[in-house]
Write a new protein. Structure first.
Length: 406
């Protein structure tokens, strides 16, 4: 806590203590005033009774002449000239009482212009207020102590809040530094990935292009069967290059979705019926286990068809064109899951970590873009793809799509 804040808290505490003390003092003065008033009225009644017989008054009694001379009556102690002047100066035209030093004086105005004057120790006058005064003082002390403790707690809480604010600021600064470092690492990672991607892209284009150039050079001098083989190579490599460029164009474009609610199962079945007619599915049995509770989902049907086609084709190629592809669906909370399980050679753990990277493929002749395209389309729908495998006999791709568009 700063010095200024501490001084403010202490000043507030002192102010509250002063206010409490003044209130307690005011209450005590009010009690004493009531005691003096009651005593004065009672003593005036006694003085009126003994006006003609002053010798019968039990306490100190004085008579003051109209000329201001003071004489003792009964057991009264003599007054000095200074005391007499001070007491006479406190008189008024009517009867009353006043405090002078440690005594309380009551005077009664007589018909001849003089006064009867009596004194009583002041503590006897206010004796009945002692208990109330003690209680007021105790209450004031308790209030002061309570406010002192409250101020200390307040100062402690303020100190804790200030420390928490400082820690929060430090955490925010650290988070900002971490974000900056993370962005730097991501940027470096993107640059490294871009280099790898460029190298892979050049490799995928250069291989079929090299084969095409070599075949084209040999073709003019070829005869018979050799010529047919070279033509076959040209067709094969040009087709491979065409497929790669088509996949690359699909990958390079951001998915532009036209999302509406569509029944999911017809999209899945239509896609699988189409791709199952291809050469890769010549001996692949497609089995469906679709949950009837799965109805419509917000999606772009054409884009989802490409997702299911790419994953199904990947599974068929992993099985070598022979095996079973199990297609299932189910609801999972606010998600719909479509799973494609193949009985291929499985996917090793180190391959599963990179399987959705562009141009990554473990299959000869593959472009390495099919699963990357599928992942981007599903993410554009607000979903995600999970991969599981035992590494040697099966692989499972699970596509999760949200039931509602956020």
């Amino acid at each position: 806590m700063s010095l200024k804040r501490a001084i403010r808290f202490l000043a507030l505490m002192v102010f509250i203590c002063v206010v409490v003390v003044l209130l307690a003092r005011s209450s005590i003065w009010e009690l004493r005033a009531r005691a003096e008033q009651g005593f004065t009225q009672q003593r005036l009644k006694e003085l009126q009774i003994i006006t003609n017989r002053p010798q019968t008054f039990p306490g100190p009694l004085y008579r003051v002449t109209p000329q201001g001379e003071v004489s003792r009556l009964g057991k009264a102690d003599p007054l000095s000239l200074q005391q007499a002047k001070a007491i006479l100066a406190a008189f008024s035209s009517s009867a009353g009482g006043f405090r002078y030093h440690n005594h309380y004086w009551v005077y009664l105005h007589l018909t001849d212009g003089g006064y009867l004057l009596t004194s009583t120790p002041y503590q006897e006058v206010i004796g009945w207020t002692a208990g109330f005064e003690a209680r007021e003082i105790r209450n004031a002390a308790l209030v002061v102590v309570a406010f002192g403790l409250l101020t200390m707690v307040w100062m402690w809480a303020d100190w804790r809040a200030m420390m928490a604010a400082q820690k929060a600021q430090m955490v925010e600064e650290l988070e900002e530094k971490v974000r900056e470092r993370t962005e730097t690492v991501k940027r470096m990672h993107r640059l490294a990935r871009l280099g790898e991607f460029s190298a892979g892209l050049a490799h995928e284009i250069r291989n079929p292009l090299g084969s095409l150039v070599t075949a084209a050079k040999l073709l003019p001098d070829a005869r018979g069967e050799e010529k047919e083989d070279l033509i076959g190579v040209i067709k094969q490599e040009s087709g491979r290059l065409d497929r790669f460029l088509a996949d690359f164009l699909d990958f390079s474009k951001d998915p532009r979705l036209r999302i509406k609610r569509h029944p999911l199962h017809p999209i899945v079945q239509r896609t699988l019926e189409g791709v199952s007619r291809g050469e890769a599915f010549r001996q692949v049995r497609v089995t469906y286990r679709l949950d009837p509770q799965v109805k419509e989902v917000p999606c772009d049907p054409e884009q989802l068809e490409q997702v299911f086609a790419n994953i199904a084709l990947n599974g068929a190629q992993a099985m070598g064109g022979e095996g079973e592809l199990l297609v299932s669906s189910r609801r999972n909370g606010r998600w719909v899951e479509v799973s494609l399980r193949d009985t291929g050679r499985g996917i090793a753990p180190e391959q599963r970590e990179r399987i959705f990277e562009p141009l990554y493929t473990a299959r000869r002749g593959g472009t390495g873009l099919g699963l990357s395209i599928a992942s981007r389309i599903v993410e554009a729908h607000g979903g995600f793809i999970q991969v599981a495998s035992d590494g040697h006999s099966w692989s499972l791709f699970t596509i999760s799509l949200p039931l509602e568009v956020e």
